[in-house]
Design a binder for this molecule. Structure first.
Ligand SMILES: *Cc1c(COP(=O)(O)O)cnc(C)c1O
Length: 370
């Protein structure tokens, strides 16, 4: 991994070979089941790689106008959008960009249905009120959730003109969770599914994780295709899972009750899920049994901007590089410049081990947004 020392830190490095490995798995599912898989751009919007991703899967899923436009411009194929609520001005633009528009409520559908061109497929998000997500921040079926219509509303609703059904209730889960969810969806919403053409299973399917049960996923898809409906999946994480690194440099080490190292990347600015979830990301070369334990924190002024505690075989030294793994997803899309911290640059690691710098950011990127 000599490329670690070839980039200026901090830098996201997307490993093309690992990305392709994920894409091959996803294409395998598409081919085996005749479903369509979309990139949920909110997890990974590095459009430099969209042409490559578009060779393997069917298109993109967007959370609003800007992502929809990015998907249309940079990947093409199908462009699906779901937003909790659309604005009038955005909606007109979305109808020129999207192939599928998913509505969150019956009132949104009523508001916009006469503005839907005939060649765009309308979907409605349902809330099965079943989710195995433990973290409330990420649970779309939490009490008082604003996402989707529940079975109570669905029973007597006039759904004329809607051709698809969308649910999204999972997060980093295996297909056993999908199976249980699907049982509930079919139980609560199944009697009217014959009115529709497609079902979108949302995201949260960790399809490219080593222990993921793909045959069970394929059986779940088949239960819907056997009813004559098309199935869409819109994973975000699974597309670029474990396909990216964040290369950082140790700026200083100090001691206060424990050994501390300060790096030029920040949890708050560059990996916010570390604080939100919370979780501790992996660093290459750590050893749980190593004799040198360090708390790694960032060069911001936020006391809690700590990435985690790690053990090493030798003490960390200023100038050394630390490489965080699984840093492609939900990182660069969430970056901010709190404290005036620079945005990490973005690079691709090609299959021949060459590093290609895609983007570097500077002072103006900080200043222009303020
Ligand atoms: C977040 C989200 C996704 C992608 O979820 P992942 O956990 O990244 O797979 C897909 N669809 C919707 C509606 C989402 O909100």
């Amino acid at each position: 991994m000599d490329w670690i020392y070839k980039v200026k830190t901090p830098c996201y490095v997307i490993d093309k070979a690992r990305l392709i490995k994920n894409l091959e798995i996803l294409r395998g599912v598409e081919r085996a089941t005749d479903c369509n898989i979309l990139l949920a751009q909110k997890a990974f919007s590095m459009y430099e790689l969209y042409p490559l991703i578009g060779e393997y899967i069917s298109g993109t899923a967007a959370s609003g106008l800007y992502e929809a436009r990015l998907g249309r411009e940079e990947m093409g194929g199908e462009v699906h959008v779901f937003s909790p609520a659309y604005k009038d001005g955005d909606f007109a633009k979305l109808t020129r960009i999207c192939s599928h528009i998913v509505f969150n409520s019956l009132s949104q559908w009523e508001r916009f249905k006469d503005k839907m061109p005939g060649d765009i497929s309308a979907g409605i998000r349902i809330n099965p009120e079943y989710s195995e997500i433990q973290t409330e921040l990420y649970n779309p079926c939490c009490k008082g959730s604003r996402f989707g219509i529940t079975s109570k509303l669905w029973e007597g609703a006039d759904l004329t003109g809607i051709t698809g059904v969308h649910f999204h209730t999972m997060c980093e889960q295996n297909s056993d969770t999908l199976e249980k969810t699907l049982n509930i969806v079919l139980d609560k919403f199944g009697s009217r599914l014959n009115e529709f053409k497609w079902v979108n299973f949302g995201g949260g399917h960790h399809i490219t994780r080593e222990d993921y049960n793909i045959p069970l996923l394929e059986r779940c898809i088949k239960r819907i295709t056997d009813l004559g409906l098309r199935v869409y999946l819109e994973p975000g994480e699974a597309i670029a899972l474990n396909a990216g690194f964040l290369v950082t440099e140790v700026l200083d080490t100090l001691y206060n009750d424990m050994s501390i190292a300060i790096v030029d990347a920040s949890a708050a600015c560059h990996m916010p899920d570390v604080l939100e979830m919370p979780y501790t990301p992996s660093i290459i070369g750590t050893n749980e049994k190593g004799g040198y334990r360090f708390r790694i924190g960032s060069n911001t002024c936020l006391a809690g901007d700590i990435i985690g505690d790690y053990s090493f075989d030798s003490p960390l030294k200023a100038g050394e590089r630390l490489v965080f793994t699984d840093m492609a997803i939900y990182t660069m899309v969430k970056n901010n410049t709190f404290n005036g911290v620079p945005l990490p640059s973005i690079a691709v690691l090609h299959e021949n081990n060459e590093i290609e710098m895609i983007k570097e950011f500077g002072y103006n990127d900080f200043k222009q947004r303020l």
